[in-house]
Ligand binder design. Structure first.
Ligand SMILES: [Zn+2]
Length: 113
């Protein structure tokens, strides 16, 4: 597949964001690829230091899981803010908004639409 007019050196960037009726996020990329990601997938993949630590901890020590009232509610993406030309800061309905999702990282989440 060739894409005339675009430099192969630059990574694809999101050209459109849409929240689907079921709350999932659809991202259209500059190479015409479309990906759909659920809020839960995004949240579980949060790349911030806190979440990474938590994930590492739960893989080594199996802890009893606790559901907070926030966690029993359907999780929603409450905001996506571009950070420069390389990442999105994503906020969630559980109040967490410190994750910075690099485009390269975001692109591998979810599934093709
Ligand atoms: Zn996080």
């Amino acid at each position: 597949m060739t894409s005339p007019g675009t430099s192969s050196a630059s990574s694809p960037v999101p050209t459109a964001l849409r929240r689907l009726d079921d709350g999932r996020i659809e991202i259209t990329w500059s190479d015409d690829r479309r990906r759909v990601i659920s809020p839960r997938e995004l949240r579980d993949a949060c790349p911030c230091a806190n979440c990474r630590e938590k994930r590492d901890a739960t893989t080594t020590v199996p802890l009893l899981q606790v559901l907070s009232p926030e966690e029993t509610r359907p999780l929603a993406v409450t905001g996506m803010k571009p950070i420069g030309q390389y990442a999105y800061s994503i906020g969630f309905s559980d109040g967490h908004d410190t994750g910075i999702y690099l485009f390269d990282y975001l692109r591998d989440l979810g599934r093709d639409a």
